[in-house]
Design a protein around this ligand. Structure first.
Ligand code: 4AD
Ligand code: MG
Length: 479
């Protein structure tokens, strides 16, 4: 008999049907009720066994976390909580799990704190919580590909090893196979990277944007979806050293088109998850409500997870310029009462306390901030007519902060060349990028969505380490 997945049994199983199910024991109660889960859904199938028909040592092997195969007949459930259950006719333990050992792990069915779960990232997939998170992570990833594919975009695989620093922030991990103890030196006594594997200094990419721009200038509409790496030493709940980014790039789009695309795209992802992941989403929603009920009122979510997603889908994002944002902040209560830690002045970057105020207190909805001062944005952003600001856009989400960063690109050869010099980037490193501005340059725009930040938003998880299977953060690269 071939195996039927639990999800299929629960959705389509008919009373009287004989089936084979394989999964892991989530719980075994009263020596009668086995809760089986196989990962296909958050819901368990209840299998009912007549323990008197079996030897004692066979029954004791049915323990939490063990892998089991069960054959039986679907019957109407006598208990409440499920419509059908499986009457066990025979079972095989495929893999034993020692109860003593299980009790020390996150597989023990009880509430664990998230830090403890992180220490056992190799086992936390087995918990309801992480099952839900990773099924939704998958759906989010699929929705992103579907969104672009349905609209005629091409998926471009940009390099992971690169010689350039797209963001110019210098937060890169070097890729080298030189002898770390005894590297070759040049005449100045510095490491001679011309003798390295690629004949020059290389690093892990911080963004696929520059390469995506080359593709967009021929294929029109493209996107990347790949791992990116940043050696920024920020040990926050929103930063990873290895994260995934989606970067659409579109020829002939200006900043407004770019904002429209980003808004439509983010709304689509939220709708997709609501439509396709109802069981997992409801589980996370209920979990959040329970957690909230134990918190002081001020720390509770104003809207529950599902309502937050609905809210994003149903409401327009607020669009303001950086200059307007500074005005709002300088007129705000926390500014006047000196509650902000960082200065609010035209020309200084917005800090997360300012972003949170704008999104969570002032507008209470997603906000797109545009036209930042050129000085603290990347070299490739298009210079505005005022020659002080650039066509940048950051999208800020409640509870997350910056979820998207993007811009219209500087398509004018001379201005771009000047910018590269001003940013002290050696021109020969970017001649390939400048070339696109020589052969039929055109206005174009794009943005980057931090994938894990998006997954945080759609799952309601508040630490980015809990939405990626194996987080990499300063001091941590386990598994
Ligand atoms: O704003 P960023 O740095 O923009 C770029 O890299 C552009 N090249 C994108 C583009 O225009 N094509 O990064 C984009 C997004 C951020 O808004 C944030 O959501 C996410 O990537 N991000 C991180 N996510 C997790 N951990 C980190 N350390 C992140 N750094 C950025
Ligand atoms: Mg940014």
């Amino acid at each position: 008999m071939s195996r039927t997945e639990v999800k299929t049994v629960l959705a389509e199983g008919k009373v009287g049907e004989k089936i084979l199910v394989k999964g892991w024991v989530k719980a075994f109660r009263s020596r009668r009720f086995i809760q089986i889960n196989d990962g296909s859904t958050i819901n368990n199938l209840q299998a009912v066994i007549d323990f008197e028909k079996y030897e004692e040592e066979e029954i004791t092997r049915i323990s939490t976390a063990a892998a089991i195969a069960v054959e039986g007949t679907i019957v109407e459930s006598k208990g409440s909580g499920q419509a059908i259950e499986l009457e066990v006719e025979s079972f095989t333990i495929l893999g034993d799990a020692d109860s003593e050992e299980v009790s020390k792990t996150v597989m023990q069915p009880k509430k664990h704190n998230l830090e403890f779960l992180r220490e056992q990232a190799h086992l936390r997939f087995r918990t309801n919580l992480f099952g839900a998170v990773f099924r939704i992570r998958h759906a989010t990833s699929y929705a992103i590909h579907k969104y672009f594919n349905d609209r005629g975009y091409y998926y471009i695989h940009t390099p992971i090893i690169t010689g350039s620093d797209a963001e110019g922030a210098g937060e890169m991990f070097r890729v080298s196979n030189l002898d770390a103890k005894n590297p070759p030196l040049n005449d100045e006594g510095e490491v001679d990277f011309s003798q390295d594997f690629f004949g020059k200094e290389t690093n892990l990419t911080v963004s696929g944007q520059l390469e995506a721009e080359l593709a967009a200038m021929a294929l029109g509409k493209v996107y990347t979806f790949g791992p990116t790496f940043r050696a920024e030493n920020s040990n926050t709940a929103r930063h990873l050293a290895e994260f995934w980014m989606i970067e659409p790039e579109v020829a002939f789009n200006d900043l407004n088109d770019n904002m429209d695309l980003a808004e439509d795209f983010l709304k689509y992802i939220c709708s997709y998850v609501m439509e396709h992941n109802a069981d997992d989403l409801n589980f996370l929603n209920e979990r959040e409500k329970k957690e909230d009920s134990q918190k002081p009122t001020a720390e509770r979510n104003e809207l529950c997870l599902v309502d937050r997603l609905k809210f994003v889908v149903e409401n327009g994002f607020e669009r303001i310029t950086y200059t307007e944002a500074i005005d709002i902040l300088r007129n705000s209560k926390p500014f006047k009462k000196k509650k902000f830690k960082f200065p609010v002045e035209w020309g200084t970057d917005l800090q997360s306390e300012h972003e949170r105020f704008l999104v969570e207190k002032h507008f209470k909805k997603p906000v797109i901030i545009t036209d930042y001062p050129a000085s603290f944005k990347a070299f490739y952003m298009r210079l505005n007519e005022d020659e002080k600001t650039v066509g940048a856009m950051d999208i800020l989400f409640p509870g997350i902060g910056e979820i998207v960063g993007g811009s219209q690109r500087e398509e004018r050869y001379d201005i771009l060349k000047k910018k590269i010099a001003e940013f002290n980037i050696p021109e020969e490193e970017l001649d390939w990028y400048l070339d696109t501005r020589k052969f039929g340059t055109a206005p174009h725009a794009g943005f980057g969505l931090g994938f894990e930040r998006m997954v945080m938003f759609v799952t309601g998880m508040t630490n980015i380490r809990d939405v990626i299977p194996f987080p990499r953060t300063p001091g941590k690269a386990e598994f």
